[in-house]
Design a protein around this ligand. Structure first.
Ligand code: NAD
Ligand code: DAU
Length: 387
């Protein structure tokens, strides 16, 4: 590293002013909730979010109510807006940036990669420039970049992703995340900007936008709609409960070393079809189809949720298997996941069954158009013999 500036100053995350980008999204909002409710945090969090289709202020309604102007502030804006970010850094005395904001859905990146390049690459660049300016003025700075295991590519039946696994992204989404990771590391090596990175596996839990597998399957099942499974359903993902991810990020802020990357994973590999079956089985118990009026209306012949499973065409370039080795964060920072999949999944399903107002609000937006477009395409791919 060529750190012309010298040593970094001590960080005090528990009392700092932290800029969280993308805090109105799924993981960002769970992170903010975790910090306020489960740590001894006494600083300020500025949630900076553009509120795209995936950003939703009601994800943080409880935090807004409890901590508004006593630690929590929302500011709307785009991470590409350098002047606005600089202004916020000065206004709130920001020293730590935790960067979640991104376009995050692989299927959307297949339809429209441009937005992914603009937000994930150009947006990260703009934020890094603002952080570099801050770093020129003080030494107690940290830029934490949230990335994904997808940058490492696709695994066969065996093996794991390690922190030094060569990058091999295969979708426009993962390629844009890989590019942003490279920029973050370049700012560490070139300018000495104190950065940390984390590459995490698939998250699930409350407030997950229902374009992603787990919440989509829950919602469709409850409404008696087809449960779309891509290809042969045997692609493997490594599932982590979102609160465990939030905890890992907090541990990295507290104890992580500048310049380091930490892999985070659930050590919980499941084929997609196993996940879908598990959701169906839990729903059998929590909302039996015979008592579900929506099922009776939409698919009266259906006796069991599993009957709704529908194999559709395969995702173009569909990565086969992800599996993350997270020994480094366990050994160095003492983190490990606390929730097992069965318990986390049940809790998640219960949350979706309870939070109908949240779901209705999302469905009234651009969501329905997206679902129509995406699954018409997968039906077409199936008819063309792919999958
Ligand atoms: P999400 O799509 O739910 O939320 C993204 C948030 O970023 C939204 O609130 C959106 O409004 C905001 N945003 C988008 N573009 C913006 C812009 N230009 N300026 C400001 N805000 C903008 O995403 P998520 O699932 O919460 O993922 C958060 C981060 O974690 C992403 O960087 C993603 O790559 C990474 N990640 C996600 C997972 C996962 O399983 N969801 C796993 C590993 C890593
Ligand atoms: O691995 C981390 C990544 O996990 C994050 O970086 C991404 O932001 C996040 O979206 C997620 O990406 P995936 O593509 O793995 O998640 P998704 O929920 O879209 O899909 C999970 C698996 O389920 C994948 O193999 C595709 C499949 N799938 C998905 C949908 C939406 C289906 O079979 N049917 C579906 O309808």
């Amino acid at each position: 590293m060529n750190n012309s500036k010298g040593a970094t100053g001590a960080l005090h995350p528990a009392s700092a002013a932290i800029l969280v980008t993308g805090g109105a999204g799924f993981i960002g909002s769970n992170f903010i909730r975790y910090v306020f409710n489960k740590t001894d945090f006494a600083g300020t969090i500025v949630n900076y979010d553009k509120l795209t289709y995936a950003g939703n202020l009601s994800n943080l309604a409880d935090i807004e109510k409890k901590f508004h102007n006593t630690g929590y502030v929302f500011e709307r804006g785009d991470i590409r807006d350098y002047a606005k970010v600089e202004e916020l850094i000065r206004k709130y005395g920001i020293t730590i940036i935790v960067h979640f904001a991104a376009e995050s859905h692989v299927d959307r990146s297949i339809f429209g990669p441009k937005e992914f390049v603009e937000t994930n690459i150009n947006g990260t660049f703009s934020l890094l420039e603002a952080a570099r300016q801050l770093w020129a003025e003080r030494s107690d700075v940290r830029f934490h970049h949230i990335s994904t295991d997808e940058v490492y590519g696709s695994l066969g039946d065996s093996g794991y992703f390690f922190e030094n696994t060569p990058y091999d992204p295969r979708s426009p989404y993962s390629a844009s995340k890989a590019a942003s990771d490279h920029l973050v590391r370049a700012y560490y090596h070139t300018y000495g900007l104190p950065v940390t990175l984390s590459n995490c596996s698939n998250n699930y839990g409350p407030y997950h936008f229902p374009e992603k597998l787990i919440p989509l399957i829950i919602l469709n099942a409850v409404e008696g709609k087809p449960l779309p499974v891509y290809g042969d359903g045997r692609n493997v993902r490594d599932w982590l409960y979102v609160e465990d991810h939030a905890d890992a990020i907090w541990q990295i802020l507290l104890k992580g070393r500048a310049g380091e990357t930490y892999n985070i994973g659930g050590e919980c590999e499941r084929e997609n079809i196993e996940v879908v079956n598990a959701i169906c089985d839990i729903l059998e118990e929590l909302r039996p189809p015979k008592d579900n009026t929506l099922i009776r209306k939409q698919s009266p012949a259906v006796g069991r949720y599993r009957e709704l499973i529908t194999f559709v065409g395969d995702r173009p370039g569909h990565d086969r298997r992800y599996a993350v080795n997270c020994d480094k964060i366990k050994k160095e920072l003492g983190w490990s996941h606390r929730h097992n999949f069965e318990e986390g999944l049940r809790h998640t399903i219960e949350w979706y069954l309870r939070n109908t107002a949240w779901i209705e609000q999302i469905k009234s937006g651009e969501y329905t158009k997206w679902i129509e477009k995406n699954y018409t395409n997968y039906k077409k791919l199936k008819n063309e013999g792919q999958g």
